[in-house]
Design a binder for this molecule. Structure first.
Ligand code: FPP
Length: 259
């Protein structure tokens, strides 16, 4: 009952009062790959006179909720922007907390992810993560590597420009060593050098908190994605918002540059 009350209290409809259900959403094509910029944790906390990290803690619960829902809808890949290469500029105490979040999340949620056949992946500069963060995510990657269900892809210490420059450097190195011929660089080959590697490009990008920008997130991969923005802060983001975003996606005509 309490859960139900909170659900309605937290619900902030984006554009309509319509209630979406999994069954009706499933009647139309579900985006294969959904990417989310989870924004607004700090403001959520500040509005409640709480420290910013309380917002990140609350945001982790939403990650769990939305992962479960995406999996049950049959989404193939869910990419979540958890920490950008620019986020190191935040106060040390906040960065330290953000680097503990994967452990906190995986400590309680990993058994559920394993059971639900989810594969955990991480894209970003893993080598410069603190040892404890790296260990936690690597453990989750290993323990879910035999799963073949939804890919839960955390963008952690990720920046798209950095990713593209790294790809270019790897291509140059492979050309020098003869692994790759100069004339072989096509869009498809280039894509395999990105951190998303064999993953399909996102079909739908969601950003919360009323901010309307990409913030160095998947610049190449989002070329043809549908964008959906909401004023709702990430800790208030509900299952209804997620279904509403997919409903809007299903109504859009994707032309990929055609007519
Ligand atoms: C942006 O909000 C959010 C982040 C930088 C962190 C996002 C991380 C989570 C939601 C939790 C991740 C969970 C796992 C399992 C790794 P902000 O702090 O910039 O908000 P503001 O714009 O209101 O300040």
């Amino acid at each position: 009952m309490l859960h139900k009350l909170n659900f309605w209290k937290n619900r902030k409809p984006n554009s309509s009062e319509q209630v979406y259900t999994i069954d009706t959403i499933k009647k139309n094509p579900i985006p294969e790959h959904i990417a989310i910029i989870m924004d607004g944790n700090g403001r959520w906390a500040q509005k409640r006179a709480l420290p910013r990290i309380a917002g990140h803690h609350e945001g982790t619960k939403v990650v769990r909720k939305i992962t479960k829902l995406a999996n049950s809808l049959g989404v193939k890949v869910l990419t979540l922007y958890a920490f950008s290469t620019e986020n190191w500029k935040r106060p040390k105490s906040e960065v330290d907390y953000l680097m503990k979040l994967p452990e906190e999340f995986l400590q309680t949620f990993l058994p559920e992810l394993i059971k639900e056949n989810v594969q955990v992946r991480v894209m970003g500069m893993k080598d410069s993560l603190p040892e404890h963060t790296f260990r936690a995510v690597q453990n989750a990657i290993n323990k879910t590597s035999d799963n073949d269900g939804m890919i839960l892809n955390f963008a952690l210490n990720y920046g798209s420009r950095n990713e593209i420059v790294q790809a270019v450097n790897s291509i140059i190195a492979d050309q020098k060593s003869g692994i790759l011929k100069e004339e072989e660089v096509t869009e498809d080959i280039f894509s395999t050098y990105l951190m998303t590697q064999e993953l399909s490009d996102p079909d739908l990008l969601i950003r919360t908190s009323g901010v309307v920008r990409l913030s160095n997130f998947m610049l190449w991969q989002l070329s043809y994605a549908e964008f959906w923005f909401t004023e709702t802060l990430w800790p208030d983001f509900s299952e209804q918002h997620f279904l509403e975003a997919i409903d809007e996606f299903q109504k859009r005509a994707r032309r990929f540059g055609g007519v």
